[in-house]
Design a protein around this ligand. Structure first.
Ligand code: ATP
Ligand code: MG
Length: 420
């Protein structure tokens, strides 16, 4: 679990505000659900045999003897809220997004933490491939807005309750014939959740899986039509994708469409999936809710931030102005001027400790401020001061009662390199 401090948090805020703006454009409204839920919710939706429920949940008993779990993902809690508030009776289609911490007891690695953050979205009420395509387009536009282009969209279809059992049986038959080649974990999975073998990161298991039956060849006619139409719509939207018949995803509730966004950057190592999702048309009903189809995704915020860090861009907003005081008698006036300018919308830094002008100028340098204004007795009596551009160049004369307007009127110069 990580602490996020100023200096880094600006990247997180950038990602979050980009998501808010972009998802808003697509008509998605934010939902916030509690951090804990009944354990049974995840068992019934994510599935007992998944890694998440099987070994990664933080589960505890509360004082009333109930089994609760810190949420390991956001889809089930959102579905619970949707059912609890009978949202389907209020509108036929709902589009929600959420962001916040998730908890999984995993082995720490780069891009894999025990408290991590997801941004996700769910569209309820539309079973059409256009909804899947719209959702993927939203992720693509989100990644574009973040400046993360080196990400590949993988798509697949897992079929539905009609065709999946046929494929399932064929897969089990095939895997059983290759049992000896599988890792110990997969030999277990073979009995309990054979689809998961396709998702194993072990190279040998991957090559066994690659030569196995292809789920797409088993799709029934409606599922095939759904998948074909999805591809046609992605092409229409100019969304680039690859079909990956081994993509299954780690949760049990998916039907038909599944997808993942995979980053090429080596910094992520084995944590290269920045997000994924799929359609879960049967989950609501399975949870005792209405028969409402849904499709959604979740992105790993930690991994997006890692990629943005690698990009070397800066996200911290530098101060417009640093106010330094030349003498102790100007300290109160400096404090007051800073307050006034902040009210007028400037980002202003001021050394509340006072001290020598030299030490304040050092601080001004380090702050990355665009301008420094030195306030002394002369400035106070004349009402006139100078804006010193920290990137170099001629000082700009300024009246103390029009500092904000003058700062705003100055052309943006490139940021000075902050002093070490
Ligand atoms: P992985 O295969 O990497 O374990 P997953 O299939 O378990 O991923 P999902 O449940 O699909 O992941 O969650 C969606 C996204 O959330 C992932 O693509 C990833 O970016 C992020 N994520 C999942 N688990 C973690 C974690 N422990 N730490 C950081 N990010 C995570
Ligand atoms: Mg995982």
């Amino acid at each position: 679990m990580n602490d996020l401090l100023p200096g880094e948090i600006e990247i997180w805020q950038f990602v979050e505000s980009t998501a808010r703006t972009l998802f808003g454009r697509f008509g998605y409204g934010e939902v916030r659900t509690p951090m804990v839920e009944d354990t049974a919710l995840f068992v019934r939706s994510v599935g007992e045999e998944t890694d998440i429920v099987g070994k990664e949940m933080y589960t505890f008993e509360d004082k009333g003897g109930r089994s609760l779990s810190l949420r390991p993902e956001g889809t089930a809690p959102a579905a619970r809220a949707y059912i609890e508030h009978s949202v389907n009776n209020q509108e036929p289609v709902s589009r929600w997004f959420y962001m916040g911490p998730m908890f999984r007891y995993e082995r720490m690695q780069t891009g894999r933490y025990r408290q991590f953050y997801q941004i996700g979205a769910e569209a309820y009420g539309a079973k059409e491939p256009a909804q899947d395509a719209e959702l993927m387009d939203m992720v693509v536009q989100f990644l574009e807005a973040l400046g993360l282009q080196e990400v590949t969209l993988n798509i697949n279809s897992l079929g539905d309750e009609n065709c999946r059992p046929v494929y399932h049986a064929k897969l089990v038959e095939y895997l059983k014939a290759h049992r000896e080649e599988l890792c110990a974990d997969c030999q277990q999975r073979l009995e309990r959740n054979p689809l998961r073998v396709l998702d194993c990161k072990n190279e040998k298991c991957q090559s066994v899986a690659a030569a196995g039956p292809n789920v797409l060849e088993f799709l029934c006619e409606p599922c095939r039509a759904h998948f074909n139409d999805l591809q046609r719509k992605l092409e229409l939207l100019g969304v680039r994708y690859v079909v990956n018949h081994r993509l299954v995803r780690g949760l049990d509730y998916y039907t038909r469409t599944v997808f993942e966004f995979i980053a090429a950057h080596p910094a992520l190592r084995t944590a290269s999936t920045v997000g994924g999702g799929g359609r879960y048309d049967k989950m609501m009903k399975g949870l005792g809710g209405p028969d409402v189809p849904a499709v959604g995704f979740a992105m790993g915020l930690d991994r997006l931030v890692l990629l943005l860090k690698e990009s070397g861009k800066t996200f911290a907003q530098r101060p417009d102005l640093f106010i330094a005081v030349a003498d102790e008698g100007s300290q109160d006036e400096g404090l007051n001027l800073a307050s006034r300018l902040r009210r007028e919308g400037l980002k202003v830094d001021f050394d509340t400790r006072g001290g020598s002008l030299k030490s304040q100028m050092k601080r001004a340098d380090k702050s990355g401020a665009r301008f420094t204004l030195v306030l002394g007795e002369q400035e106070r009596t004349s009402g006139q001061a100078k804006l010193k551009p920290m990137a170099g160049g001629e000082p700009v004369p300024v009246a103390l009662d029009s500092v904000a307007a003058t700062v705003r009127a100055q052309p943006e110069a490139p940021a000075p390199a902050p002093a070490a």
